[in-house]
Write a new protein. Structure first.
Lengths: 356, 583
């Protein structure tokens, strides 16, 4: 017995006792209920009224369209005003929108009202037929396919089928390779490092000023970019707008001064300056900037997916979907200013396969 | 009762008078004769007589269709002004707060559309609102098709096309949402970059190929643009054309009811009723979209500022249709990422994005085939199920929606925490638990509700409606007269089929001689699933059950067993009711 034959509702199924009992003991479909005329079908007054209503709606649409055309030219595009509920807004936009809405809406309402009140509401019955063709058509179709197959001699020369199939399944590869190969450079080791180098000064973003350690007060957070990528970037060897964007996506850093006694990790202390520590701002989850710092708890929170990092414990993850701590940027003091003691020791930003 | 046609009906039924007499035999107008000479269009005019059944829920798909058309119209307008470039410019338009700020050309041109092109903001708002409405329409349409079983044979293929369309629609939405290159949408692209990186083996290559190098690069906006305005719309429109053609080909499904059978369609013809109703509905959808666009601002990109990878705003959420995926990322714990064989396996990201999206749509796409296998039902279905009459399917759908809602709500966990003064950690943990627990509860509750509704239907058929008339028996007892349902009303409640699990229809594992039948593992799995699907079922009332209820009915409800007396009284009452009817 094949699976198809065990069709639950199939009257030929075995054993069929339940199904057959059902088939007999069922209510009859009583057929379409009697048609009930609408007001407009039996009352000329009502029909007239419906006609007037529909015509009024179409007229309102015309008025809406004309209103839009007039307002487009007459109303000042800068016109602003305060409205109940909506609040302060551009009235030009509002007027154009409302007139357009009237122009469209009243066509629709008129047409539907017309259909519901005056067009025939007697339901029409249309027969439908099984989707499957009859056996004769199927046999004929099989014959056509078979004739084609045989007249092309595929039954005698299978090598043609194989080679044609092979050619057809492969011919798109050069096109695919061209487009895939040209889309972008290979990653190489691009993701492993940022523009930070030893001796590069930490600059306040967006002013571009260098930072003295004594400027960094307890509990404050400074958004930092590497020297040359922030502030006035118009010099000879200044980076391009693209390079600046890429640096912002990888090299932006948060500088925080903590009480050295609160810091639990020796490495964190060693890589900072008197409790001033610098951490990558790029979340290790999917790369949003980790922007919310809670001063009391020293927690850093990423607003995208709420990964929470503990500043006093080397930015370990204490909650949320990120796995790895934020990488720390080693810093030191040179000529009175904070500079990077080295680049990041590990790749910043989201995880990726080769990261290891 | 015969009614004399009056009013509009009278006008319709009469041969038109007042105009020329050859109106009685209308002939084709000259342009159509011209067209018919060349194309034979008259032969195809029968299409206008095609019948469509009427139901409000059939309008949900129409909302999606019309919103798509609105998107195509307004989107074409936007391409005249939008510059899909990440080239750096200094803004010098009329929006004062951003004057002198460096930004991409994409963002600057979006500001120009919003502030310097007359009515440009209206078109932008129409485009965004219509896009949201498009996806809302699709979601509701999918739910309608699912809960009514409209995906069953012969429409499985159209269901699959529909699921592909819905996936394309949200990708299209996401691509469009990303184009303005504002701070919010840029953050979305940043997250997308993170998803792609998490893919095992190919992740890094994928991001470098899609972004043309390191994030953000200068390629992603132009590439998303061509996907958004050409590739995806071409696929959407093409598949949509097939989708709607198949609706014509199969003829629309209809809800069960008196006179409606599996072999007919009862409704109104395309000409004139559906032309007016469906055509009118297009204008209603367009008009309401315009009304919303005029009064409610969506995606005020000027308030977010240009994209800067080192900046973000609190409360960053994608558009609603991506909430479930973003929510999954917020719920997945970090320990799902680990290192193995020197490589990084970021399941915390991968599961919620690159795997979740295809998985949801694959499950959706294969459901009809699984259900068909489990029920063994290989017949064509053109009559829809009332959701209560397929309790397990309805419960599965409701459970799936509950999972979706948990994930979607997880996307606003930060907003909830602020608004409700709750701990974000508690909300997240609660949602993690809800992800596993809620679907089970929702499944059980929904199934029970369906079964209860079915039993209520049975009660109504068996006991009839209460008439409010109190009868007194000769012994002085009182009871309320119940009236049988009208055959047309009753049909709604009894039209569905009784269902049977495979364990009943396929017989025992041994034949009549006690020899085991050759049944494999697949059969046993199928039988177990069938049992799960059909176990608690409520069969429709049969005529013999109704007859039995008439004989024993209310008598049991009364003490003392005065059944016969009541039965007599009932019979009289019924007689008098019948004679009332005839007046």
């Amino acid at each position: 017995m094949s699976d198809d034959q065990i069709a639950v509702h199939d009257p030929h199924a075995k054993p069929a006792t339940y199904v057959e009992a059902d088939a007999v003991d069922r209510f009859e479909n009583p057929g379409l209920p009697p048609h009930r005329p609408r007001r407009a079908d039996v009352d000329e007054q009502a029909a007239k009224r419906a006609e007037r209503q529909v015509a009024t709606m179409f007229t309102l649409s015309i008025l809406g369209t004309l209103g839009f055309l007039v307002c487009y030219f007459v109303v000042d595009p800068e016109l602003r005003g305060s409205l109940l509920v909506i609040g302060e807004m551009n009235l030009y936009h509002l007027i154009l929108g409302l007139t357009m809405a009237a122009s469209l809406l009243f066509i629709g309402l008129g047409a539907v009202h017309w259909a519901k009140t005056l067009m025939p509401d007697t339901e029409v019955v249309e027969e439908r037929h099984l989707q499957a063709s009859d056996q004769e058509s199927r046999d004929e179709a099989a014959g056509i396919l078979s004739d084609g197959y045989r007249s092309a001699q595929l039954h005698r020369r299978p090598v043609l089928l194989l080679t044609a199939g092979g050619a057809l399944s492969l011919f798109a590869l050069p096109m695919a390779l061209q487009v895939a190969g040209g889309l972008g450079p290979l990653p190489g080791d691009t993701l492993e490092s940022t523009v930070w180098k030893r001796g590069m000064r930490l600059m306040i973003d967006p002013s571009g000023a260098p930072i003295r350690p004594e400027q960094v007060t307890q509990g404050s957070v400074i958004h930092v970019m590497p020297e040359g990528y922030v502030g006035d970037t118009h010099g000879e060897d200044a980076p391009s707008a693209l390079e600046i964007m890429e640096a912002k996506a990888t090299a932006s850093v948060l500088l925080v001064k903590l009480n050295p006694e609160d810091i639990q990790s020796q490495k964190q202390l060693d890589w900072g300056v008197d409790g001033i520590v610098a951490y990558s701002k790029i979340c290790t989850h999917v790369g949003c900037p980790v922007a919310l710092y809670e001063r009391q708890t020293h927690h850093l929170l990423c607003p995208c997916h709420q990964s929470t990092f503990d500043m006093t414990n080397d930015c370990e993850v204490i909650f949320g979907p990120a796995k790895r701590p934020l990488p720390q940027l080693p810093i030191m003091v040179e000529n009175g200013y904070l500079v990077a003691a080295d680049g990041f020791a590990e790749p910043v930003g989201p995880s990726y396969w080769e990261r290891g | 009762m015969t009614t004399i046609p009056q009013g509009a009906e009278a006008v319709r039924d009469r041969t038109p008078t007042g105009t020329s007499s050859d109106d009685a035999r209308p002939s084709l107008p000259p342009p159509l004769v011209w067209a018919d000479d060349r194309l034979g269009v008259a032969k195809g005019m029968g299409l206008f007589k095609k019948v469509f059944p009427d139901h409000w829920s059939f309008l949900l798909g129409e909302i999606a269709m019309y919103s798509m058309i609105i998107c195509l119209i307004t989107g074409t307008f936007l391409t005249f002004w939008f510059v899909p470039s990440m080239g750096h410019v200094i803004y010098d338009g009329s929006y004062v707060p951003l004057k002198g700020v460096g930004m991409s050309e994409a963002y600057a041109s979006t500001l120009d559309i919003s502030f310097d092109i007359k009515g440009g903001l209206l078109i932008r708002q129409l485009h965004h609102w219509a896009a949201l409405l498009f996806i809302v329409g699709i979601a509701l349409h999918v739910a309608r098709v699912f809960f009514t079983g409209a995906f069953r044979k012969p429409r499985e293929l159209n269901w699959v096309i529909g699921t592909v369309l819905s996936l394309l629609a949200i990708i299209e939405g996401f691509a469009g949402y990303s184009l303005p290159d504002d701070l919010l949408s840029g953050t979305g692209i940043r997250a997308m970059n993170g998803f792609m990186s998490s893919a095992p083996v190919i992740g890094t290559y994928m991001t470098f190929f899609v972004f043309g190098g390191e994030f953000p690069g200068e390629a992603i906006i132009p590439r998303l643009y061509i996907a958004h305005v050409l590739l995806l719309p071409a696929l959407l429109v093409g598949l949509f054309a097939v989708h709607i053609f198949l609706v014509f080909w199969h003829k629309h499904t209809q809800y069960p009811g008196p006179g409606r059978t599996n072999t007919n369609v009862v409704g109104f013809p395309l000409m004139p009723v559906y032309t007016a109703k469906a055509g009118g509905f297009f204008f209603i959808v367009f008009g309401i979209t315009a009304l919303i666009s005029a009064t409610v601002t969506i995606n005020a990109v000027w308030a977010y500022g240009p994209y800067d990878p080192s900046q973000v705003t609190a409360g960053s959420q994608p558009d609603f249709y991506m909430w479930f995926s973003d929510g999954a990322l917020r719920l997945l714990p970090g320990w799902l990422e680990f290192e193995l064989w020197g490589f990084t396996w970021s399941f915390n990201i991968f599961l919620g994005s690159l795997l979740l999206l295809p998985l949801v749509w694959i499950i959706l796409g294969v459901y009809p085939f699984i259900e068909k296998w489990v029920t063994g039902d290989n017949r064509e279905h053109h009559l829809l199920d009332r959701p209560r009459n397929a309790p397990v399917r309805t419960a599965i759908g409701a459970a799936a929606i509950s999972i979706y809602l948990v994930l979607a709500i997880a996307t606003i966990n930060d907003i909830l925490a602020i608004k409700l003064h709750l701990s974000i950690n508690d909300i997240t943990v609660a949602l993690r638990i809800a992800f596993f627990l809620l679907p089970v509860i929702v499944f059980m509750v929904t199934k029970r509700l369906c079964l209860s509704l079915q039993r209520a239907d049975r009660d109504l058929v068996l006991h009839g409606t209460e008439t409010g008339r109190i009868q007194r028996t000769p012994e002085g007892r009182f009871y309320e007269v119940h009236e049988d349902l009208d055959a047309h009303d009753r049909w709604h409640l009894v039209q569905h089929e009784a269902q049977h699990p495979l364990s009943l229809t396929a017989g025992p594992d041994t034949d009549e001689y006690g020899v085991a039948k050759p049944r494999g593992m697949a059969f046993k799995v199928r039988r177990a699933l069938s049992e799960f699907y059909f176990r608690d079922r409520v069969d429709p009332v049969t005529p013999s059950e109704l007859a039995a209820a008439h004989h024993h009915g209310e008598a049991e409800a009364l003490p003392g067993g005065h059944a016969e007396a009541i039965e007599e009284a009932r019979a009289e009452e019924t007689l008098s009711l019948r004679s009332d009817d005839r007046h």
